[in-house]
Design a protein around this ligand. Sequence first.
Ligand code: FE2
Length: 365
Amino acid sequence: MIFLKQAQAQCSLKEWEFVQKMPVDENGLTNPYHGISYEGFLETALPEMMAFAEGKQLPDGYVPETFFFLWDNDMIVGQFRLRHYLCESLSTGAGHIGYFIANNCRGKGYGTAGLRLTLEEAHRIVPDEEIYLRVNEDNPASLHVMLNNGGRVVAEHNGKLFVRIPNPGKGRYPSKTEAKSLLSDGGKCNPGPWINHSKTAAHCAEKIALYSGLCPEKAYVLGLLHDIGRKFGKRHLGHVSDGYSYMMELGYPDAARICLTHSFNEMQIEGYVGNFDTTEAETTLIRTKLKETKPDDYDLLIQLCDAISGSDGVMDILDRMNDVKRRYGHYDQNKWNRNLELKTLFERRMKLDLYAAVEKDQFHP
Ligand SMILES: [Fe+2]
């Protein structure tokens, strides 16, 4: 199975070995970590890669960049780097994505598969209308990888070809800054513990995403807005349809989807814990949309985060479910079991204890 994983401590030995195979510079893709010791990799290179993905510790003029490794089962075959947006030097230079495939793995379709997976990530992260790539004229293999993924050559200059790939994901969820202002606005309309609960969910989602190969920014934003329907007053099931309609009106279908899916970890309206206080039209909307939606990683992630996020911080999942049960008088057993499954699923994926990953005892909203 071929998949991308963000650079992370759990895979550090293989990541370090791979980075040693990458030259310092090949076709413009630089590798500052070539020749570094394993200890040095753990102490400086890996933390730096992880920080860059979060937009932290960036040298002047750098934009946030996520380092992915392309895996074929338990072997790393390539590295893909995604710059989250363009600055002037990137827009006239290397563009959004750079990649390297190990010499002995070339000509086997890894480049095409890896770029396809990186584009899926880019669709969630990059706000620009097109994904920019650049390739040397004398590198037809890499050009083919781009063309195989829908690229078209738009310019040629100094031995370089400039390639563009449409970005269908553009603007499917708001930026972090806008999401924070939407939540603060929601808090003014309907103050309550849901604001800190949402901030906790955002924090958890960002942390889990970081260790699971998902986009931390997207996870944060979706966590922050999952309950945004509460802006419109104290409703139970109604907050789901209110949030969905609000986000759709603003043109953010990915955020709208989370408003809908976060309350139904079995993807059925019947499992809802709370009052069915929706109009017939709202109930039909929720039922129909749930049926149409196949849950993706972000749906599952926010369902889990909702189940561990209290208004004072991160809670033990059992304490949180018992708290909800006490407040509402019941808790669907299948939903309860599914939440525990989600915990196991992400812990396996992260190779980390859930509460350690989200820094349960240190975080305060
Ligand atoms: Fe929630």
